[in-house]
Write a protein that binds this ligand. Structure first.
Ligand code: HEM
Length: 145
């Protein structure tokens, strides 16, 4: 698509596969993997009683791998984003608190991913342990934990 040159803003609409790869990466590894809400008043959702004041945790990580919404959920397959993502895909949240920076984040990710892929083929260093760190943000664990 780029013929080896650095991507610019105008290239973004044509970097379709790059965007699909990023979306699939955020499906399997959503940086915000849990979202919390506080129940304002007694409620019933899906047959569950939610007492006022209790915490409700929405887990993009679980939704993004739920077999009811995804075929071969554990498989990395960017092609699944050739079409519109199902409502169970919420890497940037949903509703009134939807991420204000989603467009900017996708813009940056597309440009950076394209530029890295132009110059490098990334692979895990042999024997390097790979793990995730389930803190507020899900990220690769570092040597420091
Ligand atoms: C890959 C990058 C990003 C991811 C995965 C992400 C994810 C999210 C998610 C899931 C929420 C909803 C939280 C909730 O419902 O409680 C959120 C909200 C928010 N994000 Fe992001 N975000 C990203 C990048 C950014 C950037 C670049 C900015 C700012 C430039 C930003 C600013 C915000 C703000 C201000 C909110 C709160 C919106 C509100 O409560 O009205 N985010 N983000």
């Amino acid at each position: 698509m780029l013929g080896g040159r650095v991507p610019i803003l105008g290239d973004l609409p044509r970097l379709v596969f790059t965007k699909m790869v990023i979306k699939e990466a955020m499906r399997l590894y959503p940086p915000i993997w849990i979202i919390e809400r506080r129940v304002l008043a007694n409620d019933v959702v899906g047959g569950f009683h939610l007492p006022s004041g209790s915490a409700v945790v929405i887990a993009p990580y679980a939704l993004h791998r739920h077999p009811a919404f995804w075929e071969r959920p554990e498989e990395f397959d960017p092609a699944r984003f050739a079409n519109r993502a199902p409502p169970a895909y919420i890497p940037f949240g949903a509703g009134p608190r939807f991420c204000i920076g989603s467009e900017f984040a996708m813009l940056e990710a597309q440009l950076i991913t394209a530029m890295v892929a132009q110059s490098f083929r990334l692979r895990l260093a042999p024997g390097h342990p790979w793990n995730r760190s389930p803190a507020l943000l899900s990220a690769p664990a570092t040597a420091y934990g």
